[in-house]
Design a protein around this ligand. Structure first.
Ligand code: ZN
Length: 152
């Protein structure tokens, strides 16, 4: 069990140190700013949706703690190619994992997969907002909100 925990942490650390899709893309049609004042994490999410409502591209810029960067990085990998309706389902599952630890319909698609590794954050309430910031910001980009979202 402790080996498993270490492996999980390594994956999170790796994503934190070398975030995937950390860039401003040439093409996108949705974007939003997010801010977690509790920790100082800031993020800007770029989303490119195709005509069928699928996530064609998803990337981010910003600075923050390792958890916020890792979570954003893992989110971009998880949501790429996914229809928006599925992405929203995954967001609700992820949110449930981090807040209650009980994920409704955990075995149904889309599965959490690697995102489950971030479940340990639940034990550190301050960190939950770091881990959900990217997802809040993704939602804001979907809705086309101009004002920055905060985790408060
Ligand atoms: Zn943070």
């Amino acid at each position: 069990m402790s080996d498993l925990r270490e492996l999980y942490q390594e994956t999170i650390l790796d994503h934190g140190k070398r975030p995937r899709n950390h860039r401003r893309p040439a093409t996108f049609n949705h974007e939003a700013d997010g801010h977690n004042p509790l920790c100082g994490d800031k993020i800007h999410v770029y989303l490119d949706l195709d005509e069928a409502g699928r996530v064609r591209d998803l990337s981010f810029e910003g600075k923050g703690c390792a958890i916020s960067q890792a979570s954003a990085s893992m989110m971009t990998e998880a949501l790429r190619g996914m229809p928006v309706a599925e992405a929203e389902k995954l967001y609700h599952k992820f949110h449930a994992l981090l807040t209650t630890g009980e994920v409704p319909d955990a075995d149904e698609e889309p599965e959490l997969g690697k995102l489950e590794m971030l479940g340990g954050v639940r034990e550190f309430p301050m960190r939950v907002k770091c881990a959900t910031l990217a997802w809040h910001t993704f939602e804001a980009a979907l809705r086309g909100e101009a004002a920055p979202v905060t985790t408060d």
